[in-house]
Design a protein around this ligand. Sequence first.
Ligand code: HAM
Length: 427
Amino acid sequence: MRSMTIQTLRGTADLLGEELLRWERIEQQSRQIARRYGYQELRTPILEDATLFQRSIGETTDIVQKEMFLFEDRGGKPIVLRPEGTSAIVRAYLEHNLHKTVGFSKLFYLGPMFRAERPQAGRLRQFHQIGAEAIGSSSPWVDAELIVLCMELIRAAGVTRTTLWLSSMGCRDDQRRSAETLRAALQPHRPKLCETCQGRMEKNVFRVLDCKRPADRELAWSIAGKGVFTRCAGCQEHFDAVRKALTSLGIPFDDTQLFARGLDYYTRTVFEVKAEGLGSQDAVAAGGRYDLLVEELGGPSTGAIGFAAGIERLMMAAQAGAPPSAQPARAGLYLALATPTLIGDAFRLVHTLRRQGLDAIMDYDGKSLKAQLREADKLSIRYVAIFGEEELRQQMLTVKDLAQGQSRQQQIPLTRVMETLTPHTSC
Ligand code: HAM
């Protein structure tokens, strides 16, 4: 029986070649930029206790109700593949007593997240986030600094045509008041809503605002727009201070729209960054304040804010706005064997060059010299060093520079390969 080929699961993807290099660049740049803003990296496990997300994201959210990859371990404990980073970072902040030892902590993370959503362009089941969380301060300056960091990471990834949507959801009292007003306003229209939204009316009426059914969403927004959301004086003051700080740095934003976030932990500042050219899944990053979450997860009462950017969406948006990619830069050295019996000497030589810091590869399958040269060219290698009886006798390599055309070649003593080629060979 012919065996069937096995492919990646829907909503997941392999990462290789040029795409992987671009991906690594985004990760490296983000780490550097986050460090410049005083954010330290924290890595949390991919597997977490399911209760964490039920308590933090909210029981009535789509993520918790339908989208978590949830299973029981052998002891019957509910485990999830983490659907987001914020809750895990707060758990780690408390578990490692950072609230007692450090207090105000600025934490950075990146890695895979998992949501069992219906896959489409820009919406995956395993996706990757770059995120930052500032835990232990309620200052609006922290909001502004974090938003600036978010915008800088997005720009460094090559995404330039973006809009920063900024709003404030107010405190829990404001939200309770707004929920009551929204519920009352929606009541006469209740029969028109889908069954899920009818249930949401009691449990969490804000979720109607991000219902997957456009008719429900539009109805709720047409009502919500009419002054349903009000903020208390303290929340208004906080929002004004964030806007003023951003304006002082020349960061443009649009605060004319209200928007719903799909997670329940938010209070006060919320924001989303949308990029042009991405279609319906156009949020490249999003975040906001969650001033009650640390306490709800068993810590002290303390303010916090964060954001996460989706790496896949950043890559798509950067591509949408970028010119066609240039030829990859040539790098490294290919040691081509002119005499197959010298494979042992070549093996040792490549090992020595690598230990000296050169990117070096060779062939192990007895390819002809011509085939080796072809392979080096295909792999975008910069130098081909030919190694045969004559070279071994003279302790030399004949080196061709493929970036300069194959006619340019030079003889380099084995002891000087590193110093002659290094300025050109680092990837
Ligand atoms: P979120 O809005 O659920 O927020 O996700 C943040 C970003 O992750 C989105 O803007 C998007 O770029 C990316 N993303 C989310 N879901 C998917 C998916 N299924 N496929 C591809 N990309 C996706 C959070 O996760 C919050 N933890 C953000 C936050 C941090 N709030 C405070 N701190």
